[in-house]
Design a protein around this ligand. Structure first.
Ligand code: SF4
Length: 383
């Protein structure tokens, strides 16, 4: 199969309107009628995403065989759709093992930016005839190095992240041995964890039994593995790369207190990636310095870093989280709430009331999608 890589490259990496805004003499500003549209200092694709896509395109350029992605390369529907349109296959997770077993030496299998679970990686090493391209982000691998050594010490590893996220699943598979692993998705859940661990420390019974506790719905979002090995005096903390820095600090404090109370010390590793941090800082700076009356956060609804960008700005300004231009129309808008995981329809949009709009884009959002939103705003805003 011949892949049209140059077309894909231009779709994913370039957009005239975004380039114009970036080069604007006013500094990442656009004027649409009486409305100023602002972009932050840093936005869109991070280096991990750029590298993963570059590796995928390099593979497409150098083979005429099948290209198989073991999951979405990044969490952005626009990007994954374009890759599939270009001929890349993204099979169901349930079929991965069979696909690896049946691969041929003309195929290429790509590991996505979030990485894959350890047993799948082992299967690639032992049962795979295809060429394997590893697009796992180096920042994710840094976490694996930390959790692997903490696991070998038998410590209780706390993973701060979403249990169903591919990155956390891959990290969990490298954290779990003869030790306890606890996944907590939000700081509020840490209070429950704190109570449980305090009870453990004072030798009271622990209610987070492994069988029950792996159901996060019943445990305030907490998932526990090997709960009987939980040791509050030997806690180690690693966060998903895309969590909020402020929340990670809060959690570090809670766990430090718990460890000290149990007579131990907390081991932690700074695992929020630089790209996430830069986008969060730039978003906050833009909102604080310019007080926009609307913030539009653009990205895939499964994208953790985009959801967290939205969470930090919505406490400051009226904010909406959209997937792309198709969410915006004259009479209504369709937007997403990452906490309830619901897509909402707002039918009372009055675009003329917005004079200062900030556009933020997650680390997996291509320029093309940001550009489409700019062009849609040109249609919607009065001028
Ligand atoms: S957001 Fe961070 S961890 Fe994720 S791909 Fe980008 S650089 Fe890597």
């Amino acid at each position: 199969m011949a892949f049209n890589v140059s077309k894909l490259k231009s779709i994913l990496f370039t957009d005239t309107d975004v380039s114009l805004a970036v080069k604007s003499a006013h500094g990442k500003l656009l004027y649409i009628g009486n409305t100023t549209v602002m972009l932050p200092e840093v936005f869109g694709f991070c280096r991990g995403v750029t590298r993963a896509l570059a590796l995928a395109m390099e593979a497409m350029n150098s083979t005429s065989g099948k290209i198989i992605l073991l999951g979405e390369i990044i969490h952005n529907p626009f990007v994954n759709k374009r890759l599939m349109e270009a001929g890349v296959t993204i099979p169901d997770e349930a079929d991965f093992k069979e696909i690896i077993r049946n691969s041929s030496n003309t195929d290429t299998i790509i590991i996505p930016a979030f990485g894959i679970e350890k047993n799948l990686e082992e299967q690639l090493q032992t049962h795979c005839k295809a060429r394997v391209v590893d697009a796992t982000c180096e920042d994710v691998k840094r976490i694996w190095t930390f959790v692997s050594s903490e696991k070998d010490l038998g410590r209780t590893i706390v993973l701060f992240g979403k249990p169903s996220h591919s990155e956390i699943k891959a990290t969990l598979s490298r954290s779990l041995g003869h030790n306890c692993v606890i996944i907590i998705p939000k700081v509020a859940s840490a209070e429950k964890l704190s109570r449980e661990l305090t009870e453990t420390a004072s030798n009271k019974s622990v209610s987070l039994h492994p069988s029950k506790s792996t159901d996060p719905e019943k445990n305030g979002g907490i998932a526990v593995f090997n709960g009987h090995l939980m040791n509050p005096a030997a806690l180690s903390l690693a966060s998903q790369t895309t969590m909020l820095h402020s929340e990670t600090l809060e959690l570090t404090e809670i766990l430090t207190d718990l460890s000290l109370a149990a007579g131990g010390t907390l081991h932690s590793c700074s695992t929020i990636c630089r790209a996430t941090q830069q986008r969060q800082d730039a978003a906050l700076e833009l909102c604080r310095e310019n007080s926009p009356d609307l913030v539009i956060v653009i990205g895939g609804y499964d994208s953790s870093n985009t959801a967290n960008l939205f969470r930090i700005v919505r406490s400051l300004q009226k904010s909406i989280f959209i997937e792309g231009a198709h969410c915006l129309s004259e009479s209504h808008l369709s937007h997403h709430d990452p906490d309830s995981n619901e897509t909402l329809i707002d039918e009372e949009m009055n675009w003329s009331e917005f004079k200062r709009i900030a556009l933020l884009a997650g680390a997996s959002c291509p320029s093309a999608v940001i550009g489409e939103v700019i062009r849609r705003l040109r249609q919607l805003l009065p001028h």
